[in-house]
Unconditional design. Sequence first.
Length: 56
Amino acid sequence: MENDIVFAVTKEDLQFEAKEKIERELTDEEIEIVRKGLNWGLLTSIDVIYDTIFLK
């Protein structure tokens, strides 16, 4: 149970959001840019996120 995934964003999730927001699917290059942005955004704020979740 230690290695179970707790949160994930799939390519299908990204494509759904892209269709909603920009009315088209993303290219492979755009998906890589989004992946990097998500990674940076989530990891940059991970302490804030954990503090909020655990009410520190």
